[in-house]
Design a protein around this ligand. Structure first.
Ligand SMILES: [Zn+2]
Length: 55
């Protein structure tokens, strides 16, 4: 599926209903019609997309 952030196709499946966009460096999960987007922190943990105030 296309990335919900940039709409690009540079995505890869990393788990069940879980994908990674190589352009945005975000992970997203698609459960039915609900898409949750996460940023990957330096230590590998996931942060809900748009909530990080780090620049
Ligand atoms: Zn993207």
């Amino acid at each position: 599926m296309n990335c919900p952030v940039c709409g690009g196709k540079a995505t890869g499946k990393v788990g069940v209903d879980q994908y990674y966009c190589w352009d945005c460096c975000v992970e997203y999960k698609k459960i039915k019609d609900d898409v949750s987007i996460y940023e990957v922190d330096e230590d590998g943990s996931l942060i809900a997309y748009g909530t990080s105030e780090q620049i």
